[in-house]
Write a protein that binds this ligand. Structure first.
Ligand code: UDP
Ligand code: MG
Length: 307
């Protein structure tokens, strides 16, 4: 037995808050689990936080914080972890795409002694073909880079207090929660769930948002792209030696004027490689710059009672 904090990141979810509180609270009450619901309103501009405040006055289980502006889901999750009082902490989406009944299953596993319980998507639910394709490519690359299957992972998890404290002790600001909980180690297991349809409102991801998410997560979690630069450089060197020998041979055989093709090709290839490499290095530099500045990950502007 122990208190479970359910962290619920919510960004402009006024149409979902009440239902989420009711459904999630109901499921946990029925299972006689001691719980608190921690809504983290990620700088919502609609009535999201007003509704949370209203609910919190009626029901002491409901709590919430509001960010001063939109800081992104990742920050919302970490803010939730920070203010959570539970002996275990779960993270679940506000739109009920993660089935709340699975929380009970996760809680039982936690009682059995597991410290990280990952929610694994057994199906991805309804998504546009374009979205599926992009997500497919992103997770394909990520899985290779991180040496774990990322396609089925989600932010839906339950963690023991120990794991939460370990995550909070990380000093980095650019995080990738989904992979980090796995990275911490501990006794972990998983439960699979079917992604449900969003009950109301719209997905908050724009295409550019996803691209940024993909790039920043990759660079904040792994330095493999920097090593790729080295590999490309090495391949280029071999290529140059071969072409260099050929050029010299041509020169000594007196047929050197035809070399324009080679020159153009070399310029293109080398130029391309250098630009990609600089881009990757620049991206990591930006990351380092952000970390060095040491700005807070989020700013809380309001809290409900008891937070
Ligand atoms: N969310 C958030 N901050 C953001 C974007 C989303 O806290 O900047 C929350 C959102 O309210 C929801 C969850 O993250 O509870 C998942 O978002 P969404 O349903 O839009 O993503 P999808 O399910 O389409 O991946
Ligand atoms: Mg959703």
């Amino acid at each position: 037995m122990g208190l479970m904090t359910v962290v619920i990141p919510s960004y402009n979810e006024e149409s979902n808050i009440e239902r989420a509180a009711e459904v999630i609270g109901g499921v946990l009450k029925d299972a006689s689990i001691d719980y608190e619901l921690m809504f983290v309103s990620d700088g919502s501009k609609d009535k999201t936080f007003a509704i949370v405040k209203e609910l919190s006055e009626k029901d002491p289980h409901v709590k919430g914080i509001q960010f001063s502006r939109n800081f992104g889901k990742e920050s919302a999750i970490f803010a939730g972890l920070e203010v959570a009082k539970g002996d275990c902490v779960a993270v679940i989406d506000c739109d009920l795409q993660h089935p709340p009944a699975t929380l009970v299953e996760m809680y039982r596993l936690w009682e059995d002694g597991y410290e990280v319980i990952e929610g694994i998507k057994s199906s991805r639910g309804k998504e546009s073909i374009f979205h599926k394709m992009f997500v497919g490519i992103f997770y394909g690359i990520m899985s290779k880079l991180m040496k774990m299957d990322m396609n089925a992972t989600s932010d839906f998890k339950l963690m023991d207090r120990k794991v939460v404290d370990a995550l909070l002790s990380l000093t980095e600001k650019n995080t990738f929660f989904r992979a980090l909980s796995f990275w911490t180690g501990f006794r972990s297991t998983s439960v699979s769930f079917d992604v449900q349809e969003r009950v109301a409102g719209e997905s908050k991801w724009s295409f550019m948002g996803l691209v940024k998410y993909a790039i920043s997560n990759t660079t904040s979690f792994t330095t493999v792209p920097l090593q790729i630069v080295t590999v490309i450089g090495f391949l280029m060197m071999i290529f140059s030696v071969v072409v260099g020998i050929q050029t010299l041979v041509n020169f000594f055989m007196g047929v050197a004027v035809e070399g324009f093709t080679t020159v153009i090709l070399l310029l293109l290839v080398i130029g391309g490689c250098i630009m990609i490499s600089l881009g990757i290095i620049g991206h990591y530099l930006a990351r380092i710059y952000e970390e060095v500045k040491g700005r807070p990950r989020y700013i809380i502007s309001e809290r409900t009672k008891g937070v």
